[in-house]
Design a protein. Structure first.
Length: 423
């Protein structure tokens, strides 16, 4: 019989709860611990969590916390009861907790003889379930976002969209609809490209498509590439410790690390010292990228080692994507990274509408900082310093063309850089 306990083990004023799994097997007691992503305050946990209170706010907080902890506990115990005890260890427990927060999307089991749909919206599901390579969670979510937008478009036009209907008139109609809904041109361009990919896949399965399909596209708008320069990063490093709370300091270290590791937040928030290996006196970080499933090995920059040394060999503690995005904006504002730049951010279309769209205009740079900026900063800052082939090995872009597009390098930019080698 296994039991689960939750502990507050941090000296900080707010921290994620620690989970402890206890069980007995063959007259031997086992105890394994791992961290959850559920954050509470030390004051609440030590003084309010287990008392009977007439304060409605405290009572509501207790209900909220207990409901979440019960869900986590049930998930752990149900998974524990479904596996061989020999596989259970600390890594298993942490993976099981991580699974609770990010379960893989399950594909619908389909009949191989199922008729191939000719309706565009239905074909989206068919595409996911019959894709040659098992689609990643990220890809499925991306496809589902476009599918839901098309569902709204289909309702608006009051007419079913068939795959063969995707032609020039459809493109113009879809473009007008997206503009009326205040979607940016870049978003519309990206979504239509996904629609075209779906239709081309349908054609490969023998489904009739519009004669104009191959020529359909939107003029490509160049995305604004916001990144942190080496000077910006130095400003962040130089922030006086007393200006930051523990949470902001933790986010600051993650932000600096991300600019020298160049990974997505779905990967770097999972980093821990077990992924580090030392070979011939050099430190490497080895992990499997969540999006691409590629095994990736990164040579660790001295700046990375410096932060880990400060933290006794550990990475900063993980936090949610939303908190990270909020915190690093504050960190960059404190670092006075407030120069005005052109970029895009989500703005509520009208007060209390609950509808947000990207608006492109001039903002303070700190207001445009998000979790992806570290990856773009590494690629941009080290381009021309580190050979492109080695940078691609870090970022895992599929081609040099894709990488150069990612950092906004045009053919003209490349031609200008060639002059450096003529001197």
């Amino acid at each position: 019989m296994a039991t689960v306990n939750f502990l507050y083990r941090s000296t900080k004023e707010k921290a994620n709860l620690h989970l402890r799994l206890l069980y007995r097997l063959n007259d031997t007691d086992f105890v394994f611990g791992a961290n959850t992503k559920y954050e509470v305050s030390k004051m609440y946990w030590n003084k309010q969590h287990k008392i009977k209170s007439k304060d409605i706010l405290v009572s509501n907080k207790q209900t909220e916390v207990n409901n979440e902890l019960n869900k986590i506990e049930n998930h752990i115990l149900n998974t524990f009861n479904s596996v061989n005890p020999d596989v259970i260890n600390k890594d298993w427990l942490q993976s099981t907790i991580d699974y609770y927060y990010s379960p893989p999307i399950e594909l619908e089991i389909v009949d191989p003889a199922e008729p191939i749909p000719t309706e565009l919206l239905t074909y989206f599901d068919y595409y996911i379930n019959h894709k040659d390579n098992y689609p990643s969670e990220v890809l499925i979510r991306k496809i589902k976002v476009v599918q839901r937008k098309l569902q709204r478009f289909e309702t608006f036009r009051e007419k079913t969209i068939f795959i063969k209907d995707v032609n020039k008139n459809f493109k113009l109609e879809f473009s007008d609809y997206c503009e009326s809904q205040k979607y940016s041109r870049i978003t519309t361009q990206r979504d239509f490209a996904e629609v075209k990919t779906i239709c081309l896949d349908a054609r490969s399965k023998g489904i009739e498509t519009g004669l104009e399909l191959d020529k359909l596209s939107f003029p490509r708008e160049k995305a604004t590439n916001i990144y942190l320069t080496f000077d910006d990063i130095q400003k962040i490093e130089n922030i006086a410790p007393e200006k930051l709370t523990e949470s902001l300091n933790n986010a600051k270290d993650w932000l600096i690390l991300s600019t020298y590791l160049g990974q997505r937040i779905s990967d770097f928030m999972r980093f821990d010292k077990s992924m580090i290996r030392v070979e011939d006196g050099e430190s490497f970080l080895e992990f499997t990228q969540k999006k691409t499933k590629k095994l990736t090995t990164i040579a660790m920059h001295p700046k990375v080692l410096q932060i880990l040394k400060k933290r006794n060999g550990n990475f900063p503690y993980p936090i949610s994507d939303q908190k990270y995005n909020d915190y690093i904006k504050v960190v960059c504002e404190i670092a006075e990274i407030t120069d005005l730049v052109f970029g895009s951010k989500k703005i509520e279309t009208s007060e209390n509408s609950g509808m947000y769209r990207k608006v492109s205009k001039v903002y303070r740079k700190c207001d445009l900082v998000s979790s992806h900026i570290g990856r773009r900063s590494l690629a941009t800052n080290f381009y021309g310093i580190i050979p492109t082939s080695l940078l691609i090995n870090i970022t895992n872009h599929s081609s040099e063309k894709e990488f150069l597009g990612y950092i906004g390098k045009s053919n003209k930019d490349l031609a200008k850089e060639t002059f450096k080698y003529y001197k």
